[in-house]
Structure formats: structure tokens, C-alpha cells
Design a protein around this ligand. Structure first.
Ligand code: GLN
Ligand code: ZN
Length: 763
């Protein structure tokens, strides 16, 4: 019989129970036992609800107190040496010290680095592998949780992050070390874990090897063969190698050939691979079909999914096929039933993790009993799909017409950078090495209190607007006093740089409880771009114009760019991402032009997520850059020569795509650089960036107040590779998470540093 299988379930709990339990434990308000009790209750609840939904293959060890990669690090005992000096930590304290850093007496134990998990918005803790790293079985979490489920009467399929992906996702602590070279030492630990699972009664284990969907070199391919030749031999246990986030492509032969009992493939991201996999899968192997999107919020097209499953059943026989989500459901919000404010039509188009379980069970039913056996549910699903296809909310003829009418000239500024530069110099009259900030000023408790008072209705809109105006006026005055050259209004009206714009556009919806884990206890609630996007009215013009009315210095208008809105949202899957991005770009373009008309001479279009959209496979990267750059240019290019367009980027390394960023043709880019001590600038030695650049010289992620000398150094370094007439002076990012007591002295030092370096350079 064909089984319904799940690869992983969201960990935090529908009401983010784990978040609250973690945070109160960290704050010392509750004991370890309380935290562990909450965690245990969540695991049980999630197993039970999968069972109730009719899932046959239920995962265990998909739960984590912080991160599954960190769990793996604990399992294999790859604890970085610096934590050996922690005094008598419990396992739990050690774990959280690695995740978050800790302070003991005067000693600071830095956290391990965190980075994005493939192209998701989930962040994992990067393992640190020493050159002569040794491994030992140091945590039996996976066995314990398997046993825990058994005790509750639920037989699970434990999940492990496979050894090859683990090492490929690690970094080496020595310059010439290669984590993968330690594989031979790591495999015995995995063998031991698998043996213990087999002894505990597990019959299958899901080995996550998402790196099989990446470009692999020879060493990595060989590592896969070596690893699974040994792991596949553990007696009385069957391994399913799970791949996701892309197609196997040139790794197909390698993947199907691994000596294991099963393979999972992602048929949402790579539907075309099904035929190839079916053609090459060795007899007897089980194939798990990822047909329900684990990373997005849309209701599954059950007929299309069923067809894939039936194709596989015909080719392999029902017993060898499993029906699964494309990847773990941990990337989906948890439960659509908790949404009381979304309208019914929109809701009918969606499926969150819980609903996706029902879809898996339905598909299973239809495979064995025919569609008739689930006729009613299929009917409802078809009707929802049809309403989504035909609704004017998804197909707004006006937006479509505008999009059709986009001409090449709309994608480019009228004149080249040099021409614009002199027009802007004349209009703006800025000093050399102009100083500015990235946009936001501190979101103080008061700002938040006023906003929530407005939301609760105890403050009228007019009162709230008055409050915002006072904040803006105060911030303008402070910036004047600091002697900054280009001012900002401070972004006090925004909770979040995507939410603020999303709420003012049609075609975008917001959930109340659609939380998705970002890292540790942190979760985000991405907007849902469900339909054609338009901007009915100006979104920021009043605030910027008001700020500008208070000063003779230029005020920079602040917008979030189309690529970033796209990247930080759940995006509709019924048209290419590129097209949705273009619609967003048109909406932002409208705003840019309205700002210009209102007398704003400098407009910044933030694209912090520009790097995040990068496809995992090299072959697809150029295509992405092409449309992402084009969208940015569409949003920015309508303005006159003398209007200066800025962009801003952070949260990633941009060195190797700096040429592509140059093609965005912004007049000025501010970019995060201070934490890496200006490593970014190496890129500019080879490549003459066409516009002006402000490499951040003030690390705003730290509460520290950088000294003037420190910033002078960074600026002097920058001045060695960036021509004097193209260098800007600014922090790394927005100041919203900082306090005024930190920001004022830090910016004073920054302005003085700029002054000093201007003198040194005699500009
Ligand atoms: N303008 C935004 C701010 O200052 C930019 C934020 C970001 O880059 N993440 O807050
Ligand atoms: Zn930033």
C-alpha cells in the first residue's frame, strides 16, 4: 500500500509555545525542567496530530530546542574548543552557549556563527570543524525521542541530518582545513547512532541530504558514495535519503545509486525530474514523492499531485511509493484554522502545515480507493483552485495592462551615471565624503506604545499622526545638530520594512498567526502575495515631505525594494516569481515618482535581501540576476537626472556579485562592511564600481559605541580603493534596534571621523 509520509513538522507550536518557554528559561524565570516539559508536550501534540490526520510515516527528531544542525553538532561531539572553559555547564547550558553566546564572570563566550539554511529564511548554527577534528557519540537525542514516541504508542521514522550535508554546511576553523576531509572519522559515529536506533526498534531512518540538490564537485560525490556504502550496511535498518529544495539533475545517478532503501525527491521545485528518477531508480527501492509544497502556503492541486503519484505507482508498484511534502513542513506556518481575519475566499486558497497533512492523507486515499473515494474533498479543492485562477484579485486587468506596456526605456535612466552625477552635484551641493544614515532611528518603547495604543483604539489616527510628526521633527533636529549631510525622517511609522509597504498594496495579505521559525526562538510572519500587486495611494510621501519641510538639508526618501518584498514574503505560485517582482517594481516606481514630485531629491530603495534570492544552482543564477536587476531598475529609473537614487544592502556577502550590483545602476549604494573589517573592499580593487559607495563603518548590530579613530581607520581603508568623489560615510544598517544614548555619540564620532578624513585627504 502507498503510504502518506511526513518529513518534519513546525517546532515552535501553534501559539509559539516553545518561544515563550525558551525565552523565560533564558531570562531565568523558569527552570530547565519547565522548558523540557513544554518541549516534550509539543512533540507529543505534533505526533498525535499527524497520527490523527492519517499520516503513516511520522518523523521524530525533527523537533529541536534551537536548531537541528546544532543538535547534530551535539550528537557527534563537535564542540568548539572555546566552550571547554565554561564552568560546569549542563548539557542544556552548553547547547545554548553555542547557540547564543554567554558570559561567565569576565569571560565572554562568543556564539557560533549563524547562516541561512539554503534559500530559506531559516538560519542554522554553522558547525566549526577543526583540522584534526575528532568525533564521538555525545548525545542520544535522536534515540531518546524515538523512544519517547514509542512510549506514547507512536512508531516514528527518526530524521538525521546526513553526514555529507553536515560537513558541506560546516566551516573549517583553520585556513587550509576542509571539513569534508574528516568524513572517515565521522561515519563511525553515525553507524553507532543508527545501530542504537535499530536496537531501539526503528525500522527506517530519514537521512536528510539536501546538498544532493546542489552543484557538487568530485570530492563531494565521492563522499556520498563512501558514506552511504558504510551507513547502508547497518543491520536491521532501512535508510531513506531525503533531497529537497531542488532537482537532483547531474547528481541523479549518484543519488539513485546510493546503497540505501529509499529516496525522497522534491517534485514541487523540480517536477520534471520524476520521469528521470522513475527510469533510473533501482528495483526494490522506495520512492518518496514530495508533491505537497512544504515551503509555501497554497492549497495543493490535488489532481496534478495525484497524477504524479499514479505515474509512480504504475512504474514502481504501490508498495514502493510514499506521498510526502516536498521538504519538512517546518517552513510553513502551522494552522490556517487559527486565522480569523483572512476572508473566506483567500482562506480557501491556502493550506498551512496542518492542512497539508490532510492533503497528504487525501492523496493516499485517492491512490488506493480512486478519486471517487475522496470525491467530496477533491471537489472542494478544485473549486478553490478555480476561484483562485479566476478571481479579479489574482488577475487585475489594470495591473496586467500596465505591465504589458513596460518599455525598455522605462528600465533605464535617461542618462549615464557621469551625466547624472554632475546634475546631482549641482542640485544637492553635498560636501565630499557626505555623511548619512540608512533610514531608521531608534524604535523606542514609546514609539511602540503609541502604535499599540493606536491599534487598540485608545489613540485616534490623528493623535498618532501628530505623535509621529513630533518624532520626525525631533529626529530632524538631532541630525542637524549632529551635522549629518543627508537626513532621514526616521521610519517611526513602520514596524517592519516589508509589512509597512505590503499593508498599503493590493494583492498582499497578512496573517495573525502564520509564524515561521527564523532562528532559535525567533519567528517571522511573512506576508502572502496572493494577487496582482498595485499601490492605490502614496505610501510614504507625507512623512518624507513633512521631514523635508523642516530642513534645508536634503531628506532622503526611504522605500523597500521589489526584490526584498518578494524575498521576505510567501509568493504566489501561479506565475513566475520574476513577474510578481515586476508588479512590485511598478508599485514602488509609482512611489518613487510621487516622492520626486513632492520635492524629495534623494530616494533610497532598500534591497537587503537581494543576495538571498540567489538560486542554489549556478546554472540558474544569471537568470535571477537578470530579472532582479531589471525589477530594481524598473522601480528606480523614472526619475530625472538630478534625483539621486540610493540603494542599501546587508545581511550577506556581496563581494562576488558586486559587478551585478553595479548593473543596478543606483547612483549610490550603502553596504554592510564594518563587521568584516571592510573585506568587501577587496572586490573594488579588481572592479571599478560605476557609482558612489558608502561602505558601513559603524556596526549597528552591537550596542558598542565605535570610537572616532576606529571609524577613521575604516574610512581611510575605503578611501584607498574608492575615489574621493565617490565615497560616502554611513553606518552598516538602520538604527531602529539601537537606543538614542548609543546612536547620538556613535553618530557624533562618525561625523567627526568624516571630518578628519576629509582633512587628511585634503578634499
Ligand atoms: N531603511 C531600513 C532601516 O534603516 C533598512 C533596513 C535593512 O537594511 N534591513 O531600517
Ligand atoms: Zn541593512
Amino acid at each position: 500500500m502507498t503510504l502518506a509520509a511526513n518529513l518534519g513538522y513546525p517546532r515552535l507550536g501553534a501559539k509559539r509555545e516553545l518561544k515563550w518557554a525558551l525565552e523565560s528559561y533564558w531570562a531565568g524565570k523558569t527552570k530547565a525542567a519547565d522548558l523540557l516539559q513544554t518541549a516534550k508536550a509539543l512533540r507529543l501534540e505534533h505526533w498525535k496530530l499527524q497520527q490523527t490526520a492519517g499520516i503513516d510515516v511520522i518523523p521524530s527528531n525533527d523537533f529541536s530546542l534551537y536548531d537541528h544542525v546544532l543538535d547534530t553538532t551535539m550528537m557527534i561531539g563537535a564542540i568548539p574548543a572555546r566552550y571547554a572553559k565554561l564552568e560546569k555547564p549542563t548539557d542544556l547550558d552548553l547547547y545554548f552557549a553555542m547557540a547564543r553566546g554567554t558570559q561567565q564572570g569576565a569571560t565572554n563566550f562568543a556564539a557560533m556563527e549563524m547562516t541561512k539554511w539554503f534559500d530559506t529564511n531559516y538560519h542554522y548554527i554553522v558547525p566549526e570543524i577543526e583540522k584534526d577534528q575528532t568525533y564521538r557519540l555525545a548525545s542520544a537525542k535522536v534515540v531518546d525521542e524515538f523512544n519517547e514516541a514509542q512510549a506514547a504508542g507512536i512508531h516514528t521514522r527518526p530524521v538525521l541530518l546526513g553526514p555529507v550535508s553536515y560537513l558541506l554546511l560546516s566551516k573549517s576553523t583553520s585556513t587550509d582545513g576542509v571539513p569534508l576531509n574528516t568524513l572517515a572519522k565521522l561515519i563511525p559515529v553515525y553507524v553507532e547512532v543508527l545501530q542504537r536506533l535499530a536496537a531501539a526498534g526503528a525500522d527506517w531512518v530519514q537521512m536528510d541530504e539536501p546538498c544532493l540538490a546542489l552543484d557538487l564537485d568530485e570530492a563531494a560525490r565521492k563522499a556520498y558514495a563512501d558514506a552511504y556504502n558504510q551507513l547502508g550496511q547497518v543491520a536491521n535498518l532501512r535508510l531513506l535519503v531525503a533531497t529537497y529544495f531542488g532537482g537532483l539533475e547531474d547528481n541523479l545517478e549518484l543519488a539513485v545509486g546510493l546503497p540505501v532503501y529509499g529516496l525522497h525527491v522534491d517534485l514541487v521545485r523540480a517536477p520534471q525530474q520524476l520521469d528521470h528518477v522513475l527510469a533510473q531508480l533501482p528495483a526494490e527501492k522506495t520512492l518518496s514523492l514530495g508533491v505537497v509544497d512544504g515551503r509555501n502556503v497554497w492549497r495543493t492541486d490535488l489532481d496534478a499531485a495525484l497524477q504524479k503519484v499514479q505515474t509512480a505507482v504504475i512504474a514502481l508498484g504501490a508498495e514502493r511509493v510514499q506521498i510526502a511534502p516536498s521538504c519538512s513542513l517546518t517552513f510553513s506556518p502551522q494552522d490556517l484554522d487559527l486565522e480569523t481575519k483572512l476572508d473566506d475566499e483567500l482562506k480557501s486558497w491556502l493550506a498551512f502545515a496542518r492542512q497539508k497533512l490532510d492533503e497528504l492523507a487525501l492523496l493516499k486515499k485517492a491512490v488506493s480507493g480512486g478519486v471517487e473515494s475522496a470525491a467530496e474533498s477533491f471537489k472542494v479543492s478544485r473549486a478553490a483552485l478555480q476561484s483562485r485562477r479566476e478571481s479579479l484579485r489574482t488577475h487585475n486587468p489594470q495591473v496586467r495592462q500596465r505591465l504589458e506596456a513596460v518599455s525598455d526605456s522605462m528600465l533605464n535612466r535617461a542618462h549615464d551615471f557621469e551625466t547624472r552625477k554632475s546634475a546631482q552635484a549641482q542640485k544637492l551641493g553635498l560636501p565630499p565624503l557626505p555623511t548619512t544614515t540608512i533610514g531608521s532611528f531608534p524604535q523606542t518603547p514609546e514609539v511602540r506604545a503609541q502604535r499599540s495604543a493606536k491599534n487598540k483604539g485608545s489613540l485616534t489616527q490623528a493623535q498618532y499622526d501628530e505623535f509621529l510628526k513630533t518624532e520626525i521633527a525631533r529626529t530632524i533636529q538631532k541630525q542637524e545638530e549632529l551635522g549629518l549631510d543627508v537626513l532621514v525622517h526616521g521610519e517611526f511609522e513602520r514596524t517592519d520594512m516589508v509589512e509597512y509597504f505590503g499593508e498599503r498594496m493590493t494583492g498582499i495579505a497578512f496573517t495573525q498567526n502564520g509564524w515561521v521559525q527564523s532562528y532559535g526562538s525567533r519567528a517571522v510572519r511573512p506576508p502572502i502575495i496572493f494577487g496582482d500587486v498595485a499601490r492605490p495611494e502614496p505610501m510614504t510621501v507625507d512623512w518624507s515631505a513633512y521631514a523635508q519641510s523642516l530642513t534645508k538639508k536634503p531628506v532622503k526618501g526611504m522605500l523597500t525594494g521589489p526584490v526584498t518584498i518578494l524575498e521576505w514574503s510567501f509568493v504566489r505560485d501561479d506565475q513566475p516569481r520574476a513577474l510578481t517582482c515586476r508588479q512590485l517594481a511598478l508599485a514602488i516606481r509609482d512611489e518613487v515618482l510621487d516622492l520626486e514630485r513632492a520635492g524629495i531629491g534623494i530616494i533610497q530603495i532598500d534591497e537587503p535581501a537581494f543576495r538571498e534570492g540567489f538560486p542554489l544552482r549556478k546554472a540558474e543564477q544569471n537568470d535571477y540576476l537578470q530579472w532582479a536587476i531589471e525589477s530594481f531598475k524598473l522601480s528606480a529609473s523614472g526619475v530625472q537626472d538630478e534625483t539621486q537614487i540610493h540603494t542599501h544592502m546587508c545581511y550577506a556577502e556581496f563581494d562576488h556579485i558586486i559587478e551585478a550590483i553595479g548593473r543596478m545602476d543606483a547612483d549610490v549604494i550603502s553596504i554592510e562592511a564594518s563587521r568584516s573589517k571592510m573585506e568587501l573592499l577587496d572586490a573594488f580593487k579588481q572592479y571599478q564600481y560605476p557609482g558612489e559607495i558608502g561602505p558601513g563603518i559603524y556596526d549597528i548590530h552591537s550596542p558598542n559605541i565605535p570610537a572616532q579613530a576606529e571609524m577613521e581607520d575604516l574610512l581611510a581603508k575605503a578611501a584607498q580603493v574608492v575615489p574621493n568623489d565617490r565615497l560616502w560615510v554611513n553606518p552598516d544598517c538602520g538604527l531602529k534596534t539601537r537606543q538614542w544614548e548609543q546612536v547620538l555619540p556613535a553618530l557624533t564620532n562618525m561625523v567627526n571621523a568624516a571630518q578628519a578624513v576629509r582633512q587628511q585627504l585634503k578634499v
